[in-house]
Design a protein around this ligand. Structure first.
Ligand code: ZN
Ligand code: ZN
Ligand code: ZN
Length: 314
């Protein structure tokens, strides 16, 4: 296959993995990613640790098309090559840092007790030191204890380096929140495909702390599954409401930044998001009302069968 053929065709996943399964090729992609602009053949050769220019030329040729573009100005990354370099540099491919449970100066949004955070498997896990918390840790973090679990936030390994446990938690809050805003809007945060959204309702819900029947604090659980990639999101229905403009305004009017809150107000934002009342009016068709509170003020969002907000009252 010539470079021109490769530019026109999209490799299968097998072909893409095979193309990338070589150290010299990954070094070429990283060198192009670090460059300020297109690199001529000789400039690129100088930046990659390989002695034999014939072998170098062969590997470069395998990348040209889908991963690397070639113009009169030289070689440069195409979007697929850029995504590979970003994944490597985020640490998502090679790095697996672990932070053991550490108490930080943040409070549980349910009971106000100090919290502890840990980091493993690309997630920050959050635990209350006093109350039972909520449901259970994600199955992808199989060694995480359930006692006191308050939730987990995705964060690439690069977000851990050079940060204290408190700073890791703050970075994760913002990083995860931006993903949640995308997913609440129906767009996969990883690949941008349209998410399949659904809701489940616990039939025998007991509202105190953690329900014996479903293991959750809230009966209404939101599910967003990506039909294109492996991303999925499951949790309390607030996950579908975080991008609602009335809820965003409810927070900002109280001086709370709902996107990247200051250290001192993270717990207050979490308290509004996580301690809402829910009233299920009907399961088929689905209709429920969610009431958020801050001080004496409340905001009620009624959600219809298409999972969109159909009524707002304050
Ligand atoms: Zn607690
Ligand atoms: Zn339940
Ligand atoms: Zn996706």
């Amino acid at each position: 296959m010539t470079a021109a053929d490769r530019e026109r065709s999209t490799p299968s996943p097998d072909e893409a993995f095979a193309t990338l399964g070589n150290e010299t090729r990954l070094n070429i992609l990283q060198a192009l990613g670090a460059a300020d602009g297109p690199l001529a053949f000789s400039a690129l050769f100088d930046r990659v640790d390989v002695d034999d220019s014939g072998r170098f030329n062969y590997h470069l040729g395998e990348l040209v098309g889908h991963f690397v573009g070639k113009t009169d100005a030289g070689y440069e990354l195409r979007q697929a090559g850029r995504r590979v370099v970003e994944a490597v540099l985020s640490g998502a491919v090679t790095d697996a840092p672990v932070v053991e449970r550490t108490r930080i100066d943040q409070r549980c949004h349910y009971c106000g007790a100090p919290i502890e955070v840990s980091y493993r498997q690309d997630r920050v896990l959050k635990y209350c030191t006093d109350c039972p918390g909520r449901d259970h840790p994600p199955t992808s973090v199989s060694d995480a204890p359930a006692e006191g679990y308050l939730g987990s936030l995705p964060l690439p390994p690069a977000g851990v380096h050079g940060r204290t446990a408190a700073e890791v938690y703050e970075a994760a809050w913002t990083w995860a929140n931006l993903e949640f805003l995308s997913e609440a809007s129906g767009v996969c945060s990883r690949c941008s495909a349209a998410l399949d959204e659904s809701v489940t309702v616990c039939e025998d819900h007991a509202a105190a702390d953690v329900c014996a029947a479903c293991g959750n604090r809230h009966a209404v659980q939101f599910h967003a599954d990506c039909p294109n990639c492996i991303n999925d999101l499951h949790g309390p229905f607030v996950l579908k409401l975080v991008a609602n403009t009335a809820l965003l305004a409810f927070l900002t009017e109280r001086g709370l930044d709902p996107v990247a809150p200051a250290r001192a107000s993270i717990a207050a934002v979490d308290r509004v998001h996580m301690t809402y009342e829910e009233e299920v009016r009907s399961t088929a068709p689905f209709e429920a009302c969610f009431t958020f509170s801050a001080g004496d003020d409340t905001l009620s969002l009624t959600v219809g069968d298409d999972l969109q907000v159909v009524d707002v009252s304050r």
